[in-house]
Every structure is written in structure tokens, then in C-alpha cells.
Design a protein around this ligand. Structure first.
Ligand SMILES: C[S@@+](CC[C@H](N)C(=O)[O-])C[C@H]1O[C@@H](n2cnc3c(N)ncnc32)[C@H](O)[C@@H]1O
Length: 243
């Protein structure tokens, strides 16, 4: 598993990430930035080197195996970075350990595809973003070169409405505050990202039915498939109380 993507990859996979951060600094004098699933923290170090004390940057990982501050300090050595990023540990499918409105930018590369509840994470991004805050997140498994068993694994998530599987980009574009950027399928899907603009309330209109860690099915697949339904209050007939 790759854990050392830097800002060059951020520029490739998340639009112009550098510009997003520098725009906040131009407007506000500083930027508070979070990288979700930061791995070794290489992209955070690149940003810290570029923006110095105008940037306050935090990353999170699931466990220390993915990267911690000790590794980060070793990677930073000799680069002359005064303001080192912070790394905390949490599960992105659960409430995040950050206050409301505490970040101007949240970004994430090659991490969401591993979360059990992707919409819960995006809802948490909205909560922790400050006014005018923006999150950019890679949607899927696009970084894997392995053969995937069926197209439905390509996005690591499924949203169903009335028995139909919705195209992920169309569904996301239909949510106020959310935009899908990049090709919808075929060539260049690795360049697609979800952009979320802070809203007072964000309604995905879907609930998590189940998640499946496809690693347990075949180690080469490597993602967690999250299945959602837009039928939020539906109870199957066989589970309804009889009477
Ligand atoms: C493939 S690595 C990518 C690391 C880095 N973004 C990069 O592109 O090099 C996946 C990252 O997602 C994080 N991650 C996976 N599942 C997570 C979860 N449930 N909660 C929080 N972080 C998670 C891991 O800790 C790891 O940092």
C-alpha cells in the first residue's frame, strides 16, 4: 500500500491543491488544513515547506503503522521546516476528534475507499469545515492497478434508489454543497475528486445499509465497499412487526 504520496500527487489527483491553500492564505492570512489518511505525511511536509508559518496542518491515520510523528520528523530532517504537521489517530467512519469549524481545507488522497461509511466521513468534513471551507477527496479505488472483479467495485461504494444502482458522480452532483470533478468513467478517472463546500446542513438523503471489506474476499481488491440506500425509513416486510 502506498503511503508516501506528496504534493505533486495532490496536484494531479485533487485539482490545484496548492492554489486552494494559497487562496485561503491570501484571504485570511493563514490556513488551517487537515489531511485525512495522511500516511507518512509527505504531502503535508511539502505544504509546510511551501507555506511556512501561514499554515497550520494536521493529518490523521487509522494506526501508527500508516505513519506517525516520529516518522514525520525523520522525513522532515534537513528540509528546514519550522512548523511541523501534527498527526492524530482516529477512524474516519466515526465522529472525528476535531471541533466544529476548525479547518479551512480538508483534503484526502487514496484513503476514502478504505472507510466503512464514506458519507459519514463527508458529513464530518462539513461539520469541521469553517465558513467558506472546502474539502477535496478522492472518491475511489482508482489508484489500484489490479484487475477488479466487476465494475461495481470501481467506486468502492454503491448508492441504490428504487432498486437501481445510481452512477456515483450523478448522485453526488445532486447533493447541495457537493460537486464531482473529473471524468465520470473511462480514461483519467484517477483524476476525479469530490469537492465539498461548507453548508449549514448537508443532506445526502441516503443511509448506510452495509459495508464489506473486500480485502477479506480477495487481498488484491483492497477497498471497503459501502452500500447505501436512498430509502431512509424502509423496513423490509419480513422484519416488520406482525400483528
Ligand atoms: C493507501 S494509504 C494513503 C496514504 C496517503 N494519503 C498517500 O496517498 O500516500 C491509506 C490511508 O488511509 C488511512 N485510513 C484507512 N482507513 C482509515 C480509517 N477507517 N480511518 C482513518 N484513516 C484510515 C490509513 O491510515 C492510510 O493513511
Amino acid at each position: 500500500m502506498v503511503r508516501n504520496r506528496g504534493l505533486d500527487k495532490g496536484q494531479l489527483y485533487l485539482g490545484d491543491l496548492r492554489r486552494l491553500v494559497s487562496g485561503v492564505i491570501e484571504r485570511r492570512g493563514r490556513a488551517r488544513v487537515l489531511e485525512a489518511g495522511c500516511g507518512h505525511g509527505v504531502a503535508m511536509l511539502d505544504l509546510a515547506e511551501e507555506f511556512g508559518s501561514a499554515l497550520e496542518i494536521t493529518g490523521f491515520n487509522l494506526t501508527v503503522v500508516d505513519g506517525d510523528e516520529e516518522r514525520l520528523r525523520a522525513l522532515a530532517s534537513g528540509r528546514g521546516i519550522d512548523h511541523l504537521p501534527r498527526i492524530v489517530f482516529c477512524d474516519a467512519s466515526k465522529p472525528l476528534p476535531f471541533d466544529d469549524g476548525s479547518f479551512d481545507v480538508v483534503y484526502s488522497m487514496a484513503s476514502l475507499y478504505l472507510y466503512d461509511d464514506k458519507l459519514a466521513f463527508l458529513a464530518e468534513c462539513n461539520r469541521i469545515l469553517a465558513e467558506d471551507g472546502v474539502a477535496r477527496v478522492n472518491p475511489s479505488l482508482h489508484f489500484l492497478n489490479t484487475e477488479l472483479p466487476e465494475h461495481r467495485y470501481n467506486h468502492s461504494w454503491e448508492i441504490w434508489r428504487d432498486g437501481e444502482l445510481l452512477p456515483l458522480p450523478d448522485y453526488l452532483d445532486g447533493v447541495d454543497g457537493v460537486e464531482f470533478h473529473g471524468p465520470r468513467h473511462g480514461e483519467g478517472v484517477d483524476r476525479s475528486y469530490i469537492e465539498l463546500h461548507k453548508r449549514d446542513s448537508l443532506d445526502f438523503g441516503a443511509r448506510l445499509i452495509s459495508s464489506i471489506d473486500t480485502n477479506f474476499l480477495w487481498h488484491e481488491w483492497g477497498g471497503v465497499l459501502s452500500i447505501y440506500s436512498t430509502q431512509q425509513s424502509f423496513v423490509p416486510r419480513y422484519k416488520r412487526a406482525t400483528g
